[in-house]
Design a protein around this ligand. Structure first.
Ligand SMILES: Nc1ncnc2c1ncn2[C@@H]1O[C@H](COP(=O)(O)OP(=O)(O)OP(=O)(O)O)[C@@H](O)[C@H]1O
Ligand SMILES: [Mg+2]
Length: 285
């Protein structure tokens, strides 16, 4: 199938994506990021020369094969991991290693809940670390109990993580990311452990929140359809070492839920993404 208007793919084997989505100080700027891990005698170049500009309010999704460096990149953007070189700035401020920014809501790939704390206490943790009231109400932060109820977890507020299903744990981790009403959400496969119906509801909730509150979202998924339903822009990464292989804008009207099953333009974007992913593996189209 030829690439249509809905699938204008910018391929980026070379250095920069900066001219595609210029942002200045008003977005997220990822410049020249490299990260290598060394374990025993082995060196792994996890990400290589990542350049990406995200406008404030954009919903950008990263998709790519397992091990290509998606989580590494997200952790660097969150300030949880320092790059070997390169820099990240968010709304004009440089992100430093170990940054604990209240503007960033980070949902890790695994929920990372503290096992000895209850569900409510886990969501209260970022407030306590930042010395805020744990009941909300004095600033942008939410009441953890109300927040958890809005995520459908009102019945398990006082349980410990091991008493929850994997999907419930994942929802607690998502709720925790919202406790400061962050301006930017960094979400690493947040819905992967959820059943299809809960996943759909969570997607809808995220889109409502994104649209009504003008969040900027950087999202990781392995689901091509999920990427197309949610995103303004999809970034395809190549296998290790992870580089930006293609940037695909999604110019489809919203909401897209009803486009998923019976729309040619929706499928055209899916095809463009799959074509890029297949290119990774040198498979015939
Ligand atoms: N702390 C670490 N120490 C050593 N190697 C690491 C570390 N973190 C990641 N890696 C390696 O870096 C590469 C990229 O890992 P990363 O977790 O970013 O991949 P990913 O794209 O998120 O994969 P997945 O889709 O499976 O979650 C992998 O080869 C991984 O083994
Ligand atoms: Mg990952």
């Amino acid at each position: 199938m030829p690439e249509s208007d809905a699938t204008r793919v910018s391929r980026h084997p070379a250095k920069s994506t900066n001219d595609v989505y210029a942002t200045g100080d008003d977005g997220v700027s990822i410049s020249g990021i490299w990260k290598t891990f060394t374990t025993r005698n082995e060196r792994t170049v996890a990400v290589q020369d990542i350049n990406l500009q995200i406008r404030r309010g954009q919903f950008v999704t990263i998709i790519g094969p397992s091990g290509c460096g998606k989580s590494t990149l997200l952790r660097i953007v969150a300030g949880l991991l320092s790059p070997d070189c390169g820099s990240v700035s968010i709304f004009g401020e440089t992100v430093s290693h170990a940054a604990e920014s209240k503007h960033i809501g980070f949902v890790p790939q695994t929920p990372a809940l503290l096992p000895w704390r209850t569900v409510t206490e886990n969501v209260q943790l970022p407030l306590q670390v930042n010395k805020y009231s744990t009941s909300g109400g004095d600033g942008r932060q939410s009441d953890p109990r109300e927040l958890l109820e809005s995520f459908g977890l009102g019945a398990v507020l006082d349980r410990r993580p091991h008493e929850l299903s994997g999907g419930m744990q994942q929802r607690v981790a998502i709720a925790r990311a919202f406790v400061f009403d962050p301006m930017i959400l960094l979400m690493d496969e947040p819905f992967s452990a959820l059943d299809e119906f809960t996943r759909e509801a969570q997607r809808r909730g995220l889109l409502e929140l994104w649209q009504s509150n003008q969040k900027t979202v950087l999202f990781i998924t392995h689901s091509v359809a999920e990427a197309v339903e949610l995103s303004d822009v999809i970034v395809v990464m190549s296998p290790q070492p992870g580089r930006i292989q293609a940037v695909i804008p999604v110019d489809l009207p919203r909401p897209r839920g009803n486009l998923v099953e019976n729309s040619d333009p929706f499928h055209a974007v899916e095809v463009a993404i799959r074509r890029e992913l297949r290119r990774n593996w040198n498979q015939p189209e």
